[in-house]
Design a protein around this ligand. Structure first.
Ligand code: 2BA
Length: 109
């Protein structure tokens, strides 16, 4: 068995969960926060048999689009005396960041 951790945009989460459920996969949603943007995102946990792993990843891929986001950098340039001058930086987020872990044991009691 595998455990899929998928970090997705908040706007994509509900649709991806719906599609996973429709195909018979159980999913748990965690509210998470990206360390870089400090903005909310959604982490989905899906426990799945290895032979169905690709189906889960396909559903996540189809349901998540990448987005460009402009943020104000919070990095303080060292060469201006430590003053904070925000400047816009463009980052490309997602579609999804996916981790797949091996599950040693799975039980429902
Ligand atoms: P955040 O950490 O808020 O990152 C949002 C986006 O900012 C990232 O999109 C990436 O384009 C950019 N970014 C992140 N760290 C950066 C850095 N040190 N310098 C420059 N740009 C940076 P994604 O890569 O699509 O990641 C979306 C979210 O997925 C992340 O939100 C984070 O919550 C999670 N994530 C991504 N990679 C991860 C990893 N290796 N481990 C744990 N979580 C990860």
């Amino acid at each position: 068995m595998k455990l899929v951790f998928a970090i997705v945009h908040d706007d994509d989460g509900p649709k991806v969960m719906e599609e996973l459920n429709k195909e018979g996969f159980s999913v748990t949603k965690l509210c998470s926060t990206g360390g870089f943007l400090k903005a909310g995102n959604t982490t989905l946990l899906v426990g799945v048999d290895e032979e169905k792993l690709d189906s889960v990843i396909d559903i996540i891929k189809k349901g998540c689009k990448s987005r460009k986001q402009i943020i104000n950098s919070s990095v303080t340039p060292g060469n201006i005396g430590g003053m904070f001058i925000p400047y816009p930086v463009e980052v490309v987020m997602g579609g999804a960041t996916i981790f797949v872990l091996n599950v040693d044991r799975f039980e429902k009691v």
